[in-house]
Design a binder for this molecule. Sequence first.
Ligand code: FRU
Length: 321
Amino acid sequence: MKRRELLRTALLSAALATATALVSPLDALAQEKKFTIGFSQATTIEPWRAQFNKDIIAEAEKHPEVELIITDGEDRTEKQVADVENLIRQEVDALLISPKESAGLTGVVQKAVDAGIPVFVLDRNVDTDQYTQFVGGDNKLIGRAAGEYAVELLGGKGKAEGNVVEIWGGLGTQPAHDRHEGFHEHTDKEPGIKYLLDQQSADWKQDEAYNIMATALRNHEDIDLVYGHNDPMAYGAYLAAKDAGREKDIKFIGIDALPNEGVTWVANGELTATFLYATPGAEGLRQAIKHLNGEKVEKTVVLPTMKVTKENAADILKNGF
Ligand code: FRU
């Protein structure tokens, strides 16, 4: 072979190799959507839910073999039930659901299970254990950590004193009950702690919490600490206290610790503390894919938490958790 010809052959085979690499059958397969995964989100109006969706979408982008369909229950049980029925009809390979409330969504989760669809329950529970896996934070543990800190803020173990306003999340959700019970495991041991409200729920919403707190402030001269089952509610209570000129007398504890919300409010000295409640978006999707690939998954995956106070808030804002 002449030198020129040799060069041409070499170039040609290099080009061919590249072309083959680009369209190799293996690659083509990887580009194909192998799994369709449906995710039924309870609502998107709350900031934590918006973050949750961002997390699951970012994870899905790392898996070209997955087609992710996200529905929005618009904070209404009937809408979310209809969404899940739709996903069942589309014969998704796996269903992820973060239910608005337990009782109203249990039936349709069971329906998906009966249709042979593996179900991953995220963050809020349903009243059956027939699902493949639950992924979420340990709300009892978080409640306990909040209660322990409240006792410390009110004077310490055995001598804590003060009037507490607790603002509940949605009464039909397990996280609200777990956050309540965990908290009271510590605070109920303190005879000096008094509770000013009787199971008042703001359904996780800032504006509803503002109203509950505004009434509490009118009815009670002394309020020492507010425990909101999430940060938006703790912050709503803070704003009500601020409008009444009483925010300096009160400690505010919340849960979620989104960087642009809870952590920032703590860094600003508006909330006293918040506790991380990581969204199960990325982990939930990873687990579902793992299961669809035939790997074994645990029945429960618990996401870690962390206390955020003025001491570490700025650092978390700078470097993340
Ligand atoms: C968002 C939210 C969070 C809370 C979680 C509990 O809808 O209210 O703020 O931590 O749900 O399920």
